[in-house]
Design a protein around this ligand. Structure first.
Ligand code: FAD
Ligand code: FES
Length: 279
């Protein structure tokens, strides 16, 4: 059953199966529908509206595996009213879900090409489904490169999973932190510093970028310098949302609605407004 087609404004009840504390301010919820026949399918990059009764509703990307239908997974950073309440939820609590909504990362278009994923902070969560998708069809893609930057080593998301992935020989993963601790022996500096030596072929690369807007802007500058064309660059844009389905106008971005025309945009389609505060 695809909830969004049936009644997109009505939240459906999902029970929390597991809460995973990822970092000091970020947590993952594994959810299961409590409705009869309540399965869930989505494309990498899509989001749901998560509703906590009496508190409010927020858009959160789906961070789980699109090739598995079992549970629905969201990874959230607690920053404000709703997300901080969400951080207090426990196993067996129930929340409302509407979705999936929005556009997806271009995983089909990327087939036959190298794929460059660049993530900053919580931006790794919306890109994780791309990694699952690609690894499930590994032979369809060229080189896969993930560049991931966080503020400190303590902010690295999905750490064990990244370590496991790093041991594979068919994906290149580079992690960097803005500020190192004594125990950190890895790269230090902003994520864009990893771009000059990342092993992709710019002519045949699709880039997918997710993180703070300033990080995405500098990343685009660097990868353009290396020769990736703007029509091969995709970004995920965030703004406040209410309806999630193109009705209320809350997420208007130039002439586009982020909830319905995005959140994933091809860069050349929004480059005139991207990174400008007034949008
Ligand atoms: C399509 C889409 C997908 C998203 N996916 C995710 C996701 O996978 N995981 C996730 O953690 N978040 C995600 N977000 C961001 C998330 O929706 C917001 O963090 C959330 O709406 C904040 O709501 P709140 O009520 O907790 O905070 P509010 O009370 O609305 O805000 C409190 C304070 O936090 C600040 N703030 C709000 N949003 C952010 C932010 N994103 N980063 C830093 N500070 C912020 C506000 O400026 C304000 O000062 C996504 C947003 C969009 C539009
Ligand atoms: S959130 Fe209502 S139009 Fe996008």
């Amino acid at each position: 059953m695809n909830h969004s087609i049936m009644d997109p404004m009505i939240p459906h009840p999902y029970k929390i199966q597991r809460v995973i504390k990822e970092t000091h301010d970020t947590f993952t919820l594994e959810l299961k529908s409590i409705e009869k026949n309540g399965t869930f399918s989505f494309a990498p990059g899509q989001f749901n509206m998560l509703y906590i009764a009496g508190i409010g509703e927020v858009p959160i990307s789906i961070s789980g595996n699109p090739t598995k239908n079992g549970s629905l997974i969201h990874t959230t950073r607690a920053v404000g009213t709703v997300t901080k309440e969400m951080a207090k939820l426990k196993r067996s609590d129930v929340i409302g879900i509407r979705g999936p909504f929005g556009t997806n990362w271009p995983v089909k278009e990327a087939e036959g090409n190298d794929v460059l994923l660049v993530a900053g902070g919580i931006g790794l969560a919306p890109l994780r489904p791309v990694i699952y998708h690609i690894l499930s069809k590994r032979e369809y893609f060229g080189k896969i490169i993930l560049l991931y930057g966080t503020r400190t080593p303590q902010d690295i998301l999905f750490r064990k999973e990244l370590e496991k992935l790093k041991s594979r020989l068919d994906i290149d993963i580079y992690v960097t932190v803005d500020r190192a601790t004594r125990a950190w022996n890895g790269n230090v500096g902003v994520v864009t510093r990893l771009i000059p030596r990342a092993p992709f072929d710019p002519i045949n690369t699709i880039a997918m970028i997710c993180g703070p807007e300033i990080m995405m802007r500098y990343t685009i500058t660097e990868i353009s310098r290396r020769g990736i064309a703007s029509e091969n660059i995709y970004v995920s844009v965030e703004r406040n949302m209410k309806c999630g389905i193109g009705l209320c106008g809350h997420c208007l971005y130039g002439t586009e609605f982020i909830c319905k025309d995005g959140p994933v945009f091809r860069y050349d389609q929004i480059q005139n407004i991207f990174g400008k505060r007034e949008f």
